[in-house]
Design a binder for this molecule. Structure first.
Ligand code: UDP
Length: 255
């Protein structure tokens, strides 16, 4: 029985108290939601895949010096993370027009943007996470000027690195959403990459066909969401232990 203290439950994840002070356990659920929870389904196995994909991407980003909250994966659905104070912003980085920017600015979906664009949304479900400017962020004190400098610098490095990583496996990184947290370390405030990076929070298109390999399959009722997530995991070389490529169960290994 699970006796751990639940700290927070979101739409796709639960945070539990961690084994040591300053740590939390991040649990990935199978819930898929869109349009601020108006559409909701349980997609069997999604949490397992997102846990693995996010672990893989956070580890690669840590290797290039991005500070992250990730400590280690604990099991199929859970990872140990540093407890941080979440900065209440969704940071969206875009390379190609899609989704809300296409609608807002009348751009054709799939059009390359002149350069990567960073947008900020204020995290508030009751307001549908409104788009805000750097001046709103400064005026309301959601992040300090130093935090914001760090967030912009880190987001740009994360985008450059992930664009290359995904290109190498035949995937266009159209856009993605990341979140950051603050941690006090040696009396200094450090900004860390937090939350997750997975096909739930990115737009990933096959480079040859533009086939969507992300949550838009669910949002737009395209079907095949799990196949798409599995394809991303397979190309990254990280199929979870329990999954067989053809779903046929255990495979006899000949010596
Ligand atoms: N996104 C997210 N969570 C949100 C809103 C957006 O992970 O609450 C991601 C989304 O998957 C996409 C990017 O941020 O990769 C940009 O989303 P957009 O603003 O176009 O919004 P949408 O069209 O998804 O409403």
């Amino acid at each position: 029985m699970n006796r751990r203290r639940r700290i927070y439950e979101g739409k796709a994840k639960i945070l539990y108290e961690g084994p040591e002070p300053g740590t939390l356990i991040q649990h990935f659920k199978d819930d898929a939601t869109a349009f601020n929870n108006k559409k909701h389904e349980i997609i069997d196995g999604k949490g397992v895949l997102n846990n693995r994909i996010s672990e893989f991407l956070f580890l690669r980003l840590a290797e290039i010096g991005i500070p992250t909250h990730f400590i280690r994966r604990m099991n199929m659905r859970e990872q140990l993370i540093h407890q941080v104070e979440i900065i209440p912003l969704e940071v969206i980085v875009r390379n190609i027009a899609a989704g809300s920017i296409a609608k807002r600015l009348g751009l054709e979906e799939g059009a390359a943007l002149p350069r990567p664009i960073i947008e900020f949304c204020y995290k508030a479900d009751e307001l549908d996470d409104p788009l805000v400017s750097e001046d709103h962020i400064a005026a309301f004190g959601w992040a300090s000027p130093q935090d914001l400098d760090d967030i912009i610098g880190l987001s740009s490095r994360i985008n450059d690195y992930l664009c290359g990583l995904f290109r190498g496996i035949g995937i266009k990184l159209v856009d993605f959403k990341i979140e950051f947290g603050r941690q006090i370390k040696d009396d200094m405030v450090q900004v860390l990459l937090a939350d997750e990076i997975s096909p739930d929070s990115c737009r990933l298109w096959d480079a040859a066909t533009d086939k969507k390999l992300d949550k838009d399959r669910f949002r737009r009722d395209l079907g095949g969401m799990m196949d798409a997530y599995r394809e991303v995991a397979r190309r990254l070389g990280i199929m979870p232990e329990s999954d067989r490529p053809d779903g046929s169960g255990p495979v006899l290994v000949k010596s």
